[in-house]
Design a protein around this ligand. Structure first.
Ligand code: MG
Ligand code: MG
Length: 623
């Protein structure tokens, strides 16, 4: 497979797009004509620049309104075609993408459409060039790839081939199995695009919501498997129209596009990456705070039942542990942690994932386009492989622990003066929730998916009283590593407020599994807990038919409850510190979700506490 990306998939100028595509290793680009129109130079200069960068110009696109026109317009269409063929020769590209007709005043008579395509192919052939015909999902007469193929077959010209676009194919639900019957030499280009599975009019869906394969929910891989069975081995080109991508950099889109190809190739058994490491658990979460302001956070950790067990040998870094839970508190006033703290305030500057092979995980992340990070370490201290993660924070990879070689045994010394904490029965980190800007959500979904094979769930739309939140959870196969990614277009939603307050810090909450949530809740002071309205408990009792005593216990604990089938979830949230909060969970009977049914209650309670002084003042005046 040769990898290309359509220039329309990236933001910025054509020069930036070429640069970006080459920098991440694409072999070619598909030139969207508008990008050339806006380019302040000649087509020959574009060709020269592409050549310098080692990029083939795989195709020029699109040529519209071609077949089935009223007969008196046909000559003009062919003139228009000649001008595009001129342009192709100046660009040094051999393929023109012709998309199916959308005009209503045209004929759908197959003989006539095939004849038009044949006439066009003759013009291209006269110059040694070729055409590819693509069915748009919203084409007037040709909207299914099988119709496009039928016309290409009828036109029967060596300079005319078929272009397949996975988006058009999959949104229409067209069968993909017949692809395996196609003669490979007649498939001149395959465009790859994915999308979230939302019911929407295809034109609007395509123009605004496409994403790279692996980021969405369509079975792009299935189409490529059918193609592979024909022996086809031509150009694959990402063609992504997306509002989100238009608001990121060309480099970001190119990085995501290459990551998508690497991911897909691996699924098709043609991987060029280090083998996938196993994500075993979230081993620790590292917070940064200024030393002078650290006491409230320390008190929160203690109140949750996390004692300070260790201090770092050479740095102002403290370790809090209970069960398998490890929280690092970094109070350094220099280097990366300090810079992160200055920018974001109290926040999560790093997470560590225990894997079966830390160095391989780092190498694979780098192969997937992540930025490597090397921390300064003292003599004899552990070098932990790392890359940049969400919000520029660090993602550490740990090897499996061996006696005496764990990070805390090498870099830390036991705290000489541990303060007692209540026993809250903490077990392990259950999940991590990160907030990312909407344009980055698909990117991070694919990052975790490609790196560790975490499987993304379908998107969930959460109801926040002050703006919508989109959520996608990713889980390892055994459920031991769970990461929830949230994003919101609204600055007023909980996710939006968090990003604004922390200048985009990333991790918003960490959920910790405990053995007995009601017992833990009794040990935790109520001023630490997120207040839950009494109405919630009345509703709960009615909804699940719970016995009164149990509901009273939940209410006294400030806990939330959910039940799906025979699985039950108990949850407890803390108030937030600089937008960050902890959650305690107790999963019973194999409960496998995140308490989504309770999320609106949590979001409303947080919105209530977050009302700004100005708003509170307005309200108090209004009363
Ligand atoms: Mg297309
Ligand atoms: Mg949660």
């Amino acid at each position: 497979m040769r990898r290309a990306i359509a220039t329309v998939s990236m933001a910025g100028s054509l020069a930036e797009k070429l640069e970006a595509a080459a920098s991440v290793g694409f072999d070619g680009i598909e030139l969207f004509e508008a990008d050339l129109t806006y380019f302040p130079g000649t087509p020959e200069e574009v060709a020269g620049r592409a050549r310098e960068l080692g990029l083939a110009i795989v195709a020029l696109q699109p040529f519209r309104d071609a077949e089935g026109l009223p007969l008196d317009e046909r000559a003009r269409m062919l003139d228009r075609l000649e001008r595009k063929l001129d342009l192709m020769q100046r660009l040094g590209t051999r393929l023109l993408l012709v998309c199916s007709q959308t005009r209503p005043d045209t004929t759908g008579e197959p003989e006539r459409l095939a004849e038009d395509l044949r006439l066009m192919a003759e013009r291209a052939a006269a110059r040694g060039l070729g055409l590819g015909y693509e069915a748009l999902a919203w084409g007037r007469h040709v909207s299914d790839w099988r119709q496009a193929w039928e016309l290409v077959r009828r036109a029967d010209h060596p300079a005319l081939g078929l272009i397949l676009d996975t988006f058009h194919l999959l949104v229409r639900g067209s069968p993909t199995a017949p692809i395996r019957e196609l003669p490979a030499e007649k498939i001149v280009l395959v465009q790859t695009a994915d999308a979230p599975a939302i019911a929407m009019e295809p034109l609007f869906w395509s123009r605004h919501y496409r994403c790279f394969p692996g980021q969405g929910e369509l079975d792009v891989e299935g189409v490529l498997r059918e193609l592979a069975s024909t022996g086809w081995d031509g150009w694959l080109s990402h063609e992504i129209f997306s509002d989100d991508f238009r608001s990121t950099s060309a480099r970001q889109a190119a990085t995501d596009g290459m990551r998508s190809f690497l991911f897909i190739e691996e699924r098709l058994g043609r991987s060029s990456m280090p083998p996938r490491p196993q994500a075993k658990r979230l081993a620790f979460v590292e917070f940064v705070e200024s030393a002078e302001r650290a006491e409230p956070f320390r008190a929160t950790l203690r109140a949750l039942g996390l004692p300070r067990t260790h201090r770092h040998r050479s740095k102002r870094v403290e370790l809090y542990r209970a069960g398998e839970v490890a929280i690092v508190l970094n109070l350094e006033d220099e280097g990366f942690p300090h810079a992160f703290q200055l920018l974001h305030g109290l926040s999560v500057a790093a997470i560590a994932i225990e894997t079966d092979a830390a160095e391989r995980a780092r190498a694979r992340a780098a192969a997937l386009g992540a930025t490597p990070f090397v921390s300064p370490v003292g003599a004899g201290e552990l070098v932990i492989p790392a890359v940049r993660g969400v919000a520029g924070s660090l993602l550490f990879f740990l090897d499996p622990p061996r006696p005496g070689s764990s990070f805390h045994e090498i870099d830390f010394l036991p705290d000489p003066d541990p303060r007692p904490v209540p026993d809250t029965g903490l077990v392990a980190i259950d999940h991590l929730a990160q907030v990312v800007p909407p344009a980055e959500l698909p990117s991070w979904v694919l990052f975790y998916r490609a790196l560790f094979g975490l499987e993304p769930e379908r998107r969930t739309d959460l109801v926040d009283p002050r703006g919508p939140i989109v959520s996608r959870a990713l889980e390892s196969a055994d459920g031991a590593v769970r990461i929830v990614l949230n994003s919101s277009p609204a600055q007023t939603s909980a996710a939006g407020r968090f990003l604004a307050r922390t200048a985009g810090a990333g991790a918003q909450h960490v959920a910790i599994a405990c053995r007995d949530l009601l017992a833990a809740a009794r040990a935790i002071p109520s001023e630490l807990k997120l207040p839950i309205p009494a109405n919630y408990y009345d509703d709960l009792e009615a909804r699940f038919g719970l016995d009164r005593e149990f509901v009273c216990a939940l209410r006294a604990a400030g806990a939330l409850y959910d039940r799906i089938g025979s699985g039950e979830l108990l949850q407890l949230y803390t108030r937030s510190l600089n937008g960050f909060f902890f959650e305690l969970v107790e999963r019973r009977g194999g409960y496998d979700r995140y308490g989504e049914a309770n999320t609106p209650v949590r979001l409303a309670a947080q919105a209530e506490l977050d009302r700004s002084p100005a708003e509170a003042l307005t309200l108090s005046r209004a009363v």
